[in-house]
Design a protein around this ligand. Structure first.
Ligand code: PDD
Length: 286
């Protein structure tokens, strides 16, 4: 496997990062995950914007977010992948000693890798997903895509008792988001997802935006509003969106069968609509 490290593509075994890297010592870094179908990145502009924002908000300098597409392209070429997920992580870099305050001049460590993921035809139905409901233990700036992810991992571990793949996080009685995704709740023809612009405790999900667009296109009644925890049990469908999963449909909640126990109707309609949008994009970018 070849990876990207600080401007070079090299075999994983040769990619060495100092233990003094602040990403390792403090989780002082940010990341992005981009899904590729046939070498075309889904929502690449939105990923670049979010990366730029994470860099600005963390004051990490020395990497230009506009270089994301070419970095991904080089990595996919080196790995001979067409349908893949690219993971990019930028940490503040290596300092001489472990001190919370970073030195003034420090070069970021830029690391990226790609893994094979399903092709576009896997998006004909929404994948089934098991969820558990957990308290949101995270900090208040979840709009920054930070590599410090203990707050996301602990609720997932707690959900293991229910064999859950992902946790729905609850803050002050409201659904904030998933541990590594955004959450949609459906009742009848009404689709709701939590607002991002007024709430820095939610990530600006790229697939969230595509799912909202697709649901609107299908004529569903979409509202961006806070979702009470009690709405989860009463929901007809719960959707999970992320670059890795694109859109998955809840089949089990807290260990109990949810809905029919199969991916739900509206979820499948939305993912199909998202697939058609990507198909159109691929036609335009041969
Ligand atoms: N997770 N919210 C959180 C907390 C996330 O970690 C993610 C993505 C999302 C969805 O964002 P997007 O649709 O842009 O992927 C929302 C990635 C995939 C991860 O950590 O692997």
């Amino acid at each position: 496997m070849n990876v990207w490290l600080n401007g070079h593509i090299l075999p994983l075994e040769k990619a060495h990062i100092s233990p003094l890297d602040r990403g390792f010592l403090f989780g002082d870094g940010i990341y992005e995950v981009v899904r590729f179908f046939d070498r075309t990145g889904m929502a690449m502009d939105a990923h670049m914007r979010r990366l730029e924002r994470s860099l600005q908000l963390t004051h990490i300098t020395g990497f230009n977010a506009r270089d994301l597409p070419s970095l991904c392209e080089q990595l996919l070429q080196a790995e001979n992948l067409r349908d893949a997920c690219v993971y990019l992580q930028i940490t503040r870099g290596v300092a001489a000693t472990r001190a919370h305050m970073p030195p003034e001049h420090i070069q970021p460590t830029v690391f990226a890798m790609a893994h094979a993921y399903g092709a576009l035809d896997t998006l004909t139905t929404a994948a089934p997903i098991s969820l558990s409901i957990q308290p949101d233990l995270r900090w208040h700036r979840c709009d920054i895509k930070s590599t410090s992810l203990l707050g996301s991992i602990l609720p997932m571990l707690d959900g293991r008792a229910h064999h859950a793949d992902e946790a729905i996080l609850i803050r002050d009685g409201f659904v904030s988001e998933g541990s590594s995704s955004n959450i949609f709740v459906v009742r009848g023809n009404k689709v709701a997802t939590a607002p991002i612009n007024t709430d820095p405790s939610i990530l600006h999900g790229t697939m969230r935006t595509l799912a909202i667009d697709a649901a609107k296109q299908l004529g569903f009644d979409v509202s961006i509003r806070p979702i009470e925890e009690s709405e989860l049990a009463a929901a007809d469908e719960i959707w999970v969106t992320s670059s890795g999963r694109v859109l998955a449909s809840c089949v089990s909640l807290n260990g109990n069968m949810f809905g029919t126990g199969k991916p739900a109707k509206m979820a499948c309609a939305v993912i199909n609509c998202m697939r058609l949008a990507v198909e159109n994009l691929l036609v335009k970018t041969p």
